[in-house]
Design a protein around this ligand. Structure first.
Ligand code: PEP
Ligand code: MG
Length: 325
């Protein structure tokens, strides 16, 4: 029913009992932001900025970064854009940064760890993002946060970038939310402590699954073990959402679980606020949300969080999906 599905592009995700959820898109380049609003995106929930850095032979300067971020913000015409700071290292290399070969790159020198070392690099990026905030609602998100000290150091750099720009007389919005990705179990376990300080969380299930289950997300040999429906992952997700609720903050999800229609009723039941996914997945997730009630989803979440294996979880979710048609 292709026709019925595309009609969701112009409709919000509201449950049958009237609860509304934000549906957002993930992008890797500002070109991908064009046409997103028409496709039904209410925000950009994850702008992966590393492609801007990987697609050239030298570091993009502040101005070219600003132009890219501004293009995404302008394409969204007043809707929020969550810009993630550079998440490099691991599997993603930069030719002009001479990174050492590592035994365990996914446990090594990457993302915020590298950026807090390369202070000028992060400061330049933050200045470019803050400058883009003059053109529409921008939120800053830090990847691979494992502990409070990283978050606090990153937040201090935002303050420094803002101070510099204000001294220079450059216009910056005074309402730029700053949040973290929850993609390392230590951050999920400490969500309650983080929630006092951050403006928002976005759960990155791609890495959260990898680190919680000790399963390499790229390794075919262990792909069977890689599953976001593993009960341990679900418990972490619940913990993060509950912590954000307790402190009046919001939680999004930008890993691939967010684009899975089977997961949507469970995530409604757990209280997720925002879903960010590839643009092609938005209509299906919206359709599912309009077909369910929050109460039924809460009952489903209670039932599912009590199960012991990923396959039992999947079966329960499939059963629920079959019943809504
Ligand atoms: C994630 O880890 O879930 C995520 C969204 O980030 P990336 O896939 O870019 O690592
Ligand atoms: Mg990640």
């Amino acid at each position: 029913d292709q026709l019925g599905l595309t009609s969701f592009a112009s409709r919000p995700a509201i449950t049958s009992d009237g609860h509304r959820y934000e549906i957002a898109a993930n992008i890797g380049t500002p070109e991908e932001a064009r046409g997103l609003v028409e496709q039904g995106a209410e925000a950009i929930g994850l702008y992966r900025t590393e492609f801007l850095f990987m697609s050239r032979s030298q570091m993009p300067d502040e101005h070219s970064q600003y132009e890219a971020y501004r293009a995404a913000v302008e394409a969204m015409a007043g809707r929020p854009v969550v810009i993630r700071t550079l998440d490099i290292g691991g599997d993603k290399e930069l030719p002009y940064l001479d990174l050492p070969k590592e035994m365990n790159p996914f446990l090594g020198y990457r993302a915020i760890r590298l950026c807090l070392d390369e202070r000028q690099l992060l400061l330049t990026q933050l200045r470019a993002i803050l400058r883009a905030s003059a053109h529409g609602p921008v939120k800053i998100m830090f990847p691979m946060i494992s502990g409070l000290q990283e978050w606090q150091a990153a937040r201090a750099l935002v303050a420094e970038a803002r101070h510099q720009l204000e001294q220079e007389g450059v216009q910056v919005s005074d309402r730029v939310e700053i949040g973290i990705m929850v993609e390392i179990p230590s951050a999920a376990l400490m969500a309650d402590r983080f929630a006092r300080e951050v403006d928002f969380f976005s759960i990155g299930t791609n890495d959260l699954v990898q680190y919680t289950l000790a399963v390499d997300r790229m390794n075919e040999k262990v792909a069977d073990l890689y599953d976001y429906f593993h009960p341990a992952v679900l418990q972490l997700i619940r913990r993060v959402i509950e912590a954000s609720e307790a402190h009046g903050k919001w939680t999004g999800m930008c890993g691939s679980m967010a684009g899975d229609p089977l997961a949507a009723p469970l995530l409604v039941g757990l209280g997720l606020h925002e879903w960010s996914m590839s643009a092609s997945a938005m209509n299906r997730v919206k359709r599912v949300i309009t077909q369910v009630s929050r109460d039924a989803c809460r009952a489903l979440a209670d039932q599912v969080l009590d199960l012991g294996t990923a396959s039992e979880v999947r079966a329960a979710l499939q059963d629920f999906a079959d019943r809504i048609g």
